[in-house]
Write a protein that binds this ligand. Structure first.
Ligand code: ZN
Length: 282
């Protein structure tokens, strides 16, 4: 994947190395957060993200943070554009989610999460949470530069959940509606594909072999594996993601068509899932 030299997003917050987070509510907790923030020079209020701290350049070798910020920027460019073009269909403007890097565990608007749950999106606070050691795993599996597009795909999938939230699909899914949850997961893969389609036209970041590697990683992070990782923690990613075959199919379909028409997404959301777990073509 070609990304180096790309513009960075200002919506990346780096909470790595903050130690084991405290279980913090409001009130006194807020004060503790603020104090921690002062000590570590990190703004928890979501104002000035650490990645943009002007007085203190990030370490030159912090490739992960740089990479995440550039890919996040790519998602912002594509979705801001898409929402603007489809303002009449969508009825809302795009505002980007914040991407939070953490290590070990993190307190979120959806509860406290250990990194074992893998990357996830919390609709309550509209943030994507990511422990980059998850990326290291992909790298070990796929090897260095081949893993980059797969890593971008993971971010794009989570941003896809944010797009769903803005378009109101999350609201229509009950906590125990497993079929609808599968559809949301597969739609997030589809939206990641749509993002890659438009991003490629704009930024030409896909290199030969990238798509194949991303498809391999989609297979590698299929539902069974994620279920095992996530244990009993309850959050959207805990729902089944659909079979690996379905994930690959819908990512490819989004990549091929780039079609994010509201009508198409509605059809996707309403298509029945058969007993064998296959989603009906929409
Ligand atoms: Zn997901």
């Amino acid at each position: 994947m070609q990304w180096e030299g790309g513009e960075e997003s200002s919506n990346v917050e780096d909470r790595r190395g903050m130690g084991t987070p405290l279980a913090i509510g409001g009130g006194i907790g807020g004060v503790v957060l603020l104090i921690l923030g002062l000590i570590f020079g990190v703004d928890f209020g979501g104002g000035q993200p650490a990645v943009q701290n002007p007085g203190q350049a990030p370490p030159a070798n912090d490739k992960t943070r740089h990479f995440v910020a550039v890919v996040t920027r790519y998602t912002e460019e594509v979705w801001t554009d898409e929402f603007a073009k489809k303002e009449n269909e969508y009825g809302v403007r795009y505002h980007p989610p914040e991407v939070v890097l953490f290590s070990q565990a993190v307190d979120t608007g959806c509860g406290r999460a250990p990194s074992a749950v893998g990357p996830f999106y919390c609709p309550e606070d509209e943030k994507v949470y990511l422990d980059p050691t998850f990326f290291d795993e992909l790298e070990r599996k796929l090897g260095g530069s081949k893993a980059e597009f797969s890593q971008a795909y993971v971010i794009a999938h989570e941003v896809g959940h944010h797009v769903q939230k803005l378009l109101g699909y999350n609201r229509r899914v009950g906590a125990h509606d497993n079929q609808a949850s599968v559809r949301l997961e597969l739609m997030a893969d589809y939206l990641a594909g749509v993002w890659a389609n438009h991003g490629q036209q704009k930024f030409h970041f896909i290199e030969p072999g990238d798509v194949e590697a991303a498809l391999n990683s989609a297979r590698a992070i299929g539902d069974d594996r994620l279920q095992k990782r996530s244990g009993s923690f309850v959050h959207p990613e805990n729902f089944t993601h659909g079979t690996s075959r379905q994930r690959v199919y819908f990512f490819q379909r989004g990549l091929k068509t780039g079609d994010a028409k509201k009508r198409t997404l509605d059809k996707f959301f309403n298509s029945p899932i058969h007993r064998n777990g296959e989603i009906e073509d929409f």
